[in-house]
Design a protein around this ligand. Structure first.
Ligand code: PHE
Length: 341
């Protein structure tokens, strides 16, 4: 009979689509039950009463069977998904592209850390400087021959004829620090510097780190000690020989360049051994005119300063041969020389 065949169909429906078409074929507008409902109109009242009641009961049964089967099918689907979509948390992670720390950033951090331990804080200045901070205040007045050595990048002249420039060294931060704070001053200023120069050891943009100490009694002995401590910590050697070579900078008097001893083996430089010398920085006692330009009394204050090439000491410490490669963003180079965080 109809009831039995409908119930059989419903209980054996394999999925929700099949179930839905069964529902339509039974209860839809043209479904078997609906068609029978239509015949009620032509029946005698008594007959209609019993047939109607039977049909309604059948309709309820079928509706119930449909929803029971629907729940069962949904539970089965969920079950299947839970089994197949299970996350295995013990699987190894998928490999992901990972960046690395650029040697300049790495060395920058190391240097800041070491001078931080020695009581120095970090100072900053702008890349675009004016003539006063980059030159004049540093005892390099207009027409001074030292200006020629700096291969300066100038910006377009302003209305008044003055030209801004890209700082050629981090020394302008000396002046800014003196004008901004009161002694004792102990700062380092790592940052970008610019000169119109390019070969295997020069790039138009490079990095320096400036150091400045201003106090009432600080002297050359402090400079020597602090730089020796820095070299030992940075190059991770107990015994680094340093050579203080007389030199000249307009902003320091006396001035000296500092060399450290090293050896060359198979094109590879080793710091702290051997009898070769490598220049790593310029330094000296701050010139009284510079202290004055910094708004301080040179009768009361004195100080020392140094400037070192950050890229250069990175090359030395990590054995990187070509400076230009630092700024070419070649992924193979970065993978080789970069640091994992
Ligand atoms: N500014 C100098 C340079 O760029 C380095 C230096 C800094 C020398 C401080 C002495 C004192 O070469």
């Amino acid at each position: 009979n109809l009831e039995q065949s409908l119930i059989d169909g419903i209980t054996s429906a394999a999925d929700e689509t099949e179930l839905e078409s069964l529902r339509v074929s039974a209860l839809g507008k043209k479904g078997a039950i609906s068609e029978r409902m239509k015949t009620l109109g032509g029946m005698a009242p008594e007959e209609r009463k019993t047939a109607g009641a039977e049909l309604n009961a059948l309709k309820d049964k079928i509706t119930e069977a449909l929803s029971a089967r629907k729940s069962a099918l949904q539970a089965k689907t969920l079950e299947a998904r839970l089994v197949t979509e299970k996350v295995d948390v013990t699987l190894p992670a998928r490999p992901e592209a990972q960046g690395s720390i650029h040697p300049v950033s790495q060395v920058w951090e190391e240097v800041v850390q070491i001078w931080g331990d020695l009581g120095f804080s970090v100072a900053e200045g702008p890349h675009i400087e004016n003539d006063f901070y980059n030159f004049t205040a540093l005892n390099i007045p207009p027409e001074h021959p030292a200006r020629q050595e700096h291969d300066t990048f100038y910006l377009q002249p302003k209305a008044d004829g003055s030209r801004m420039l890209l700082r050629t060294h981090t020394s302008p931060v000396q002046i800014r620090s003196m004008l901004e704070s009161k002694p004792p001053i102990r700062i380092i200023a790592p940052g970008r510097t610019f000169r119109s120069d390019s070969d295997q050891t020069h790039t138009p943009m490079f990095h320096q780190i400036e150091g400045l100490v201003i106090d009432e009694e600080t002297h050359l002995g402090h400079l020597k000690w602090a730089l020796a401590e820095f070299c030992k910590a940075f190059f991770e050697i107990d015994d680094v020989k340093m050579r203080f070579r007389a030199s000249h900078f307009p902003f320091t008097e006396p001035s000296m360049e500092i060399d450290i001893n090293c050896s060359w083996e198979g094109g590879q430089v080793k710091i702290g051994e051997g009898s070769s010398w490598l220049e790593i920085l310029g330094s000296g006692m701050v010139h009284p005119s510079v202290i004055k330009a910094g708004g301080l009394d040179p009768e009361r204050y004195q100080g020392w300063a140094f400037g070192m090439g950050l890229d250069r000491i990175a090359m030395l410490k990590y054995g990187i041969p070509d400076l230009r490669a630092f700024f070419e963003a070649d992924l193979r180079w970065l993978r080789h020389y970069g640091f994992r965080s």
